[in-house]
Ligand binder design. Structure first.
Ligand SMILES: Nc1ncnc2c1ncn2[C@@H]1O[C@H](COP(=O)(O)OP(=O)(O)OP(=O)(O)O)[C@@H](O)[C@H]1O
Ligand SMILES: Nc1ncnc2c1ncn2[C@@H]1O[C@H](COP(=O)(O)OP(=O)(O)OP(=O)(O)O)[C@@H](O)[C@H]1O
Ligand SMILES: [Mg+2]
Ligand SMILES: [Mg+2]
Lengths: 253, 253
């Protein structure tokens, strides 16, 4: 039975998509069967893995298409994706008009969970409808947190939303962890934010920290996860370490 | 008569808020009367200038409060702000149910334009309702563009939206310019993206380029624009140069 993990944070540019792609790819090379669902109309997870944004993805799945038509292969064995498509831009308004509107994604994914070990839901930078749908469908949430002031500021609002979803439509929802991203050891602000988060949210922060690493921002322009683009880079090594940390938790659970 | 300039880009974390705060502050020290309208429920422009997010801001203005109650002073002489408030999180849904929903912001700002030279509308990372309202109210748009792959990807969607607003509710809307941000001269990707944008969008890209500079990310944690936090930094100098470039265009226009 798949574990459904949402990548959520309304603050923009904190590493949600980068984490979805590179964590899923790192788990896939460790023989876990992985699926990414691109819930963001921008479609960065789709193009970051070298696919075109074209009809036949999440929009079609939500509005009734067969799941087998919506799941696509990527350049990484064992990693599949349900891509975003241009229709997703208007999808939020259309979804709001349907019945059971908050559980549309959960129902659409129902039949596919048996085929995967991990399913990652990449969310847009907002607490709007698509993100709520992902939080309702998910078992756990990873919060990528850029080590900067504005990102820290938005954390309490995000945790409030997760609690609200847990109190309503998804009582099972819990935090997989807070992931510190774009950490720059030379920069005071990075260290201050990391210390503050670890002391405020004891036990909720992953041991693994993702450093700022240019290879991570170059890889998507080649349509590859960083472990295929440059396996020796600090970026690739940090996401492999994160995958190990998550798998070790599984075996202890 | 004020020039209304929107800062828009659905890609997250590209420097919309940083540009709104630091460009407005740079124009204010050059004796231009400036106002920032924080159209983002995250409220980063509000806290980045040292104010609390509290009732009595944009939400109240749109739903009928007197403008004089919603405009607040900042730590920079000549720079005022209409802050975001916690109610803004639910505002998009409420705004959609009103008549003339796309022109709510434009009407709310109507009476204040005579008191300022520049009004900056800081948008959230989406092409949703709040951003559309800002594009309908604005005369021109600045597109902050991070010199990275995903940011370049989203540009065509953004330009399509601007053309759609120009073709419908705001025929006057035009592009003030594309602003290259977080440019890192040591990084190939930065240079490639900058070259590609300048060749594709000839004449639409500002001469001034904003470098990646840690002072820009430290300043908001002190509630100050970077020119008050560290005037000698490359970040402060680049936004002063941008302000000059915009003022020189004015005198030539
Ligand atoms: N650790 C890192 N080091 C360097 N660059 C990074 C790192 N993580 C992400 N990036 C780059 O920073 C930018 C923002 O990352 P990404 O797009 O993954 O964030 P996001 O939270 O998904 O953004 P959005 O809010 O727009 O969905 C991208 O250009 C990405 O390539
Ligand atoms: N030129 C720069 N150099 C270094 N850091 C920067 C620069 N510009 C912005 N930043 C930092 O990068 C992060 C993203 O910038 P900012 O919040 O202004 O982007 P945004 O587009 O407004 O984000 P959002 O999409 O969430 O509204 C912030 O932490 C900011 O302090
Ligand atoms: Mg993303
Ligand atoms: Mg912002």
């Amino acid at each position: 039975m798949a574990r459904l993990i949402a990548l959520a944070n309304q603050k923009g540019g904190v590493g949600k998509t980068t984490t979805a792609i590179n964590l899923a790819a790192s788990l896939a090379v460790a023989e876990r069967r992985c699926l990414i669902v691109d819930c963001d109309p921008q479609g960065n997870a789709t193009t970051g893995l070298g696919l075109e944004k074209q009809p036949g993805g999440l929009y079609e799945l939500i509005f009734g298409a067969q799941i087998s038509q919506c799941v696509k292969e990527t350049g990484v064995p064992g990693l599949h994706i349900i891509p975003s498509s241009p229709e997703m831009i208007g999808a939020e308004v259309e979804m709001m008009e349907k019945d059971h509107r908050e559980t549309l994604l959960k129902e659409a994914l129902g039949s596919v969970t048996a085929r995967y070990d991990y399913i990652f839901l990449d969310c847009p930078p907002s607490l709007g409808f698509l993100t709520i749908n992902a939080l309702v469908a998910a078992h756990t949430v990873i919060l990528p947190l850029q080590c900067e002031y504005y990102a820290l500021e938005g954390l309490s609002e995000l945790l409030k939303t997760i609690r609200a979803v847990r109190g309503g439509l998804n009582p099972e929802l819990r935090l997989e962890g807070i992931l510190l991203t774009m950490f720059d050891v030379r920069n005071n602000l990075s260290r201050q934010v990391a210390e503050e988060v670890r002391s405020h949210f004891k036990g909720l922060v992953f041991e693994t920290v993702i450093p700022r690493n240019v290879r991570l921002s170059e890889a998507p322009s080649h349509g590859q996860p960083v472990l295929l683009y440059d396996i020796r880079s600090k970026g690739a090594q940090s996401y492999l370490a994160l995958a190990r940390e998550i798998m070790e938790r599984e075996s202890r659970a």
